[in-house]
Design a protein around this ligand. Structure first.
Ligand SMILES: [Fe+2]
Length: 182
């Protein structure tokens, strides 16, 4: 992935009524952009991919700021791809994963991300805190829900459950996980 702010794959209003255009514009145009801009400012002009920056800075306390911003830039680009307007409810084969994602997203304390990941041939639901991202743990992400407050506060205030339910039941692009068997 290049170090740049990707265009949204849909209109800002396309995720309504579950995520408003106001939230999408702020989240993508300000929060996501700020992470990308910070990475660019720190790495300067080079041809590195975002993944390369993340992997070379993970666990390096001296490069924590770069890691955090690079991982957040990647996580957000992936998040927008995981949402699909009017996706509808999860396919029956994925209902247990949908339930697990909801539980994980609600149970995660503070800022972070709830993920459906592939670990070898297995699917797993995990959460990561702050900017942390599955690739540094050897896991392949398939779907993600942003559970930072900025993802839902304008629409739902503190009601994370309403946001998570809206996303899981209506907006997740389950085709991203459909190459796998459960
Ligand atoms: Fe976010």
């Amino acid at each position: 992935m290049r170090i740049e702010l990707p265009q949204l794959p849909y209109a800002a209003s396309a995720l309504e009524p579950w995520i408003s255009a106001r939230t999408v514009n702020t989240h993508h145009g300000r929060h996501h952009r700020a992470y990308v801009d910070k990475v660019k400012a720190l790495v300067g002009d080079n041809a590195e991919t975002l993944e390369a920056v993340i992997l070379r800075t993970a666990g390096d306390a001296a490069r924590q700021v770069l890691f955090n911003n690079a991982a957040q830039a990647w996580n957000h680009a992936f998040y927008w791809q995981c949402l699909r307007p009017k996706s509808g409810p999860p396919p029956p084969a994925y209902e247990k994963w949908a339930a697990a994602l909801k539980e994980a997203a609600l149970g995660h304390f503070g800022s972070g991300w709830a993920w459906l990941v592939r670990h070898g041939t297995q699917l797993k639901v995990i959460t990561t805190a702050n900017a942390d991202t599955p690739m540094v743990h050897g896991l392949e992400p398939l779907l993600v829900i942003d559970v930072w407050e900025h993802a839902y506060y304008l629409d739902y205030q503190e009601r994370r459950a309403a946001y998570v339910t809206g996303v899981v039941d209506n907006l997740l692009n389950w085709e991203l996980a459909e190459c796998l068997t459960t």
